[in-house]
Design a protein around this ligand. Sequence first.
Ligand code: ZN
Length: 240
Amino acid sequence: MTHIPAFFRSLTALLLWAFLLVIPVTAQHSMTQTQATQAALTPAEALQMLKDGNERFVNGTMLTRDLMAQVKQTASGQYPFAVVLGCIDSRVPPELVFDQGIGDLLSPRIAGNFVNADILGSMEFATAVAGSKVVVVLGHSSCGAVKGACDHVELGNLTHTLSNIMPAVYAASNDMEGPYTSSNADFVEAVAHMNVQMTVQNILERSPVMAGLVEEGELVVVGAMHDVGTGQVTFMDVNP
Ligand SMILES: [Zn+2]
C-alpha cells in the first residue's frame, strides 16, 4: 500500500519535470518572416540566423515547423531574409542545412554555384525587390562539378556549365602543387574554395545593384563552404 502511492508520486513528479524542462526545450517553434520582422533585421542578424540554423542542423536540434501553416502565412507575400546561391548537389539543400522553413530563403542553385547574368538578375530580385539582407555563396566539399572542371570533362551542355568554374581551376593551380585533377583531393577542395571567393567577387563587380546595397549597409555578401561529411558550414569574410 505504501509503495504504490510513493511510486506514483515520484512518477508524477518525474513527468511534471519532464513537461516543464524537456517539452519547452524540444518544441521550439520557428517563426514565419513577415514584412515587419524582415524590416527589423540587420544584415548581421540575418547572417547570424543562418549560422545558428546550421548549428541546430549539425546538433540535431532543428526547430519544429508546421510547414502547411507557413504555406498559409506566406500565401499573400514573401519576406525572405537570405539568398543562398548553392550547388545542385543533393547533399546541400539550403533550407535543411540552415534549418529554415517556407518563406525564409531564396535559393538559386546551379552546378558549381557560379553566377551569370540570369542568376545575378535572380539575386537582384531576391535582394533589391524581395528584401533579403544576406547573400551566401555556398560551395561544398567533394563537389562533382568542381571535379568535372578539374578533369576538363566534356559532355553536352555540361561542357559550357563547367567552363564557368575554370577560372578557379587555373587560379588554384597557381597556388599549389599538382596533380591538377580530381585525383588530388586537396586540389579539388582548393578549387571549390577559390570558386566561392571568385563568385563573391563576381557578384560585387558585376552587380551594381547588390554592390550598392552593400555600400548602403543593407546587405552583406559572404562565401561559405559546406562539409558534406559533417553538415557543418564554415563562413568566410563578409564583404571581402
Ligand atoms: Zn557541387
